[in-house]
Write a protein that binds this ligand. Structure first.
Ligand code: 4NP
Length: 137
């Protein structure tokens, strides 16, 4: 973890262009509202590298915009180093979690790895945020 921050959170999905950029910016937005932006580091990454360097998917950007949130950043791949740099790594679905467990096993970092929706107060069976890429908005 970077010393400047008290806590650091990394959101991870497959492509880092749909789900995790929204997670990142929604948390950043809430932190801004609470005056906590300088205490918590937030970032996002993908388990796959196909979209590396690309901006968020326009469908995600549109949905975020409807909620007053501007997405930003460029897609990047998650790495073993992230397990050293972040306190929490939150996977969007079980497939992401499985891929991250492999990475975790090769890293001696200390990040807490779990599903994002473990924090959802309205859990309803499986805790996946479904992969939206081949769906509509
Ligand atoms: P994300 O969505 O994991 O929420 O960013 C996806 C983006 C791209 C692909 C799959 C999911 N893809 O297969 O390229």
């Amino acid at each position: 973890m970077t010393a400047k921050y008290d806590v650091s959170v990394l959101f991870v999905c497959l492509g880092n262009i749909c789900r995790s950029p929204i997670g990142e910016r929604v948390l950043a937005h809430r932190l801004e509202q609470e005056g906590l932006s300088d205490r918590v580091r937030v970032d996002s990454a993908g388990t796959g590298a196909w979209h590396q360097g690309e901006p968020p998917d326009p469908r995600s950007a549109e949905v975020a915009m409807q909620h007053g949130i501007t997405l930003g950043g460029r897609a990047r791949s998650v790495s073993g180093q992230d397990f050293h740099e972040f306190d929490y790594i939150l996977a969007m679905d079980r497939s992401n979690l499985q891929d991250l467990r492999h990475l975790e096993s090769e890293s001696d970092g200390s990040a807490v790895l779990t599903l994002f929706r473990e924090f959802d107060p309205r859990q309803d069976g499986d805790l996946d945020v479904p992969d939206p890429y081949y769906g509509g908005p």
